[in-house]
Design a protein around this ligand. Structure first.
Ligand code: BG6
Length: 490
């Protein structure tokens, strides 16, 4: 079933999920309303979700099926890429019947016995017994659910697949991530496990691979001979808002640096994989993390935005960082001595995720004595303004030989239209249901990433204050150690 007019571009999509039951733990939380239900709806509209998909939401709240569906409808209307629309995607009245809610306040044996019964009856509907468990719960609850799934015998099936998706954060430091990996491996094989980092579901993030490995012109320059340094920025203008209870325990290092920033780093820095297989891709990403030199105390700066401590649910005198900037070095042939500057913060000047490769200066300047910033820079705009910009010098018209930096610009929207970019969760749900782990994080990757961040979590560094709407604390500039290197904020 698709809610789109026959023959429309999305209607012709070929990948389609097999009949399955999606069991969402933590279904009364925000993620299901804002991300999962809207993504499933858009997949259904695009004809990519099997009509024989049912979604069981499990949560603590005491709500009826109707209330659950009404809540999801609000989310779908507000956040789905393909929204319910009588002309474009008119399937809500059928689609909502696929969702049901099971209240399980204690995740106890009786609750799981009820779930097993329910899955048996679902199985008779789709005839295959494919089940995707989706853990949209904190890591501590994840371990308990894993044990119960194991005891109830729900992790294995001789007919159909059993897979499990872990929302981030996967652990809260290296030792808890290791424990969670062990708990997961006690019940599921690694091939059944899908650890989410929603950044990998973003089209523009996947485009890093296309840009590097589907073109011949960039890769020859993509190394220490030509690249002066790399800056990776995940800047947000929003603050912690209603998530302070979680955020004050996590902070930016756990919330963004360990996952989104390090994942972006792996894609920019990895060697070309031998094939496009999940194994080849994830092997190369893991090698990057393994080659990152341990981060020294002088190589990072933490910050906290003014007013953070006044937010509800933030501990008085909290020293949780809402900003981090880190200087990394990758000890391998390609990147030796090329610094990678990673930064992320809340309440910064604007929302912007981008990767900038600053190329080295020309060996000899013919047209100007002035030593300004080196002229060439490649910017991969992940969001907003999704696209690619290449900066180079051009001659200013007129007499003389004055030059000025100009940009060669590509925007996704221009070529693929405004709704051409699926939401990250659409792609990730599609891949989890069709069984492609390429865009999910393997157990070794997750532990390597935590291993890099652990020393920063343990360092007793107080965050420096910064003003709301700025680019972070002043002292973040001290990470630059060569003339001409500054944070590129323009
Ligand atoms: C989440 C973090 O993983 O990513 C949030 O928990 C953050 O704190 C969000 O706001 C940013 O995602 P995006 O897709 O808006 O860049």
């Amino acid at each position: 079933m698709s809610g789109l007019p026959p023959g429309s571009e999305l209607e012709t999509a070929t990948d389609r999920t097999p009949p399955s039951t999606v069991v969402i733990f933590g279904a009364s939380g925000d993620l299901t309303q804002r991300k999962l239900a809207p993504a499933l709806h858009s997949l259904a509209c695009a004809g990519r979700l099997s009509p024989e998909t049912s979604i069981l939401g499990i949560g603590r709240s005491d709500i009826t099926n109707d209330a659950f569906r009404a809540r999801l409808f609000e989310g779908v209307q507000a956040y789905a890429r393909l929204k319910p629309d009588p002309r474009l995607c008119n399937l809500w009245s059928q689609f909502e019947t696929r969702f049901s809610y099971i209240r399980m306040p204690n995740l106890d044996t009786a609750g799981f016995a009820g779930l097993t019964e329910r899955l048996r009856s679902e199985r008779s509907v789709d005839g295959q017994g494919n089940v995707l468990f989706y853990l949209a719960v904190p890591p501590a609850a994840a371990s308990a659910i894993l044990r119960s799934l194991g005891h109830a015998g729900l992790a294995k099936s001789d007919r159909g697949f059993r897979r499990i998706v872990f929302e981030k954060p996967f652990g809260s430091d290296l030792s808890s991530a290791r424990e969670l990996n062990q708990a997961a491996h006690a019940v599921f094989d690694e091939t059944q496990i899908f650890r989410i980092d929603h950044y990998l579901g973003k089209e523009t993030v996947q485009n890093i691979l296309a840009l590097r490995f589907a073109n011949a012109i960039f890769e020859p320059l993509w190394n220490r001979d030509y690249v002066d340094h790399v800056q990776i920025t995940v800047a947000e203008s929003i603050g912690v808002e209603h998530r302070a209870a979680y955020y004050d325990r996590a902070g930016v290092l756990r919330d963004i640096v360990q996952n989104h920033l390090l994942q972006l780093l792996t894609l920019v820095a990895m060697e070309p994989p031998g094939s496009a297989s999940a194994k080849a891709l994830r092997d190369e990403k893991a090698k990057v993390l393994d080659a990152v030199r341990s981060i020294d105390g002088k190589d990072f700066v933490l910050g906290q935005y003014a007013g953070y401590r006044d937010q509800p649910n933030v501990a008085a005198g909290s020293s949780t960082p809402t900003y981090a900037a880190v200087r990394l070095l990758i000890d391998n042939w390609r990147w030796r001595d090329v610094p990678f500057y990673l930064r992320s913060g809340k309440r910064l000047a604007e929302k912007k995720t981008e990767i900038r490769l600053q190329f080295k200066d020309v060996p000899h300047r013919l047209f100007s004595e002035e030593r300004g910033p080196a002229p060439n820079r490649l910017s991969l705009q992940i969001q907003p303004d999704e696209g690619v910009h290449l900066r180079f010098e051009a001659k200013v018209p007129g007499s003389g030989m004055e030059t000025h930096p100009v940009d060669m610009v590509y925007h996704y929207e221009d070529d693929f239209g405004a709704t051409g970019l699926p939401d990250a969760y659409e792609r990730l749900l599609l891949d989890a249901l069709t069984g492609d782990p390429s865009l999910f994080i393997r157990s070794d990757e997750i532990e390597l990433a935590w291993g890099l961040i652990d020393p920063l979590l343990r360092a007793s560094l107080s965050p420096s204050p910064y003003s709301v709407g700025s680019w972070g604390p002043e002292d973040a500039g001290r990470l630059f150690d060569a003339p001409g290197r500054v944070w590129l904020n323009d």
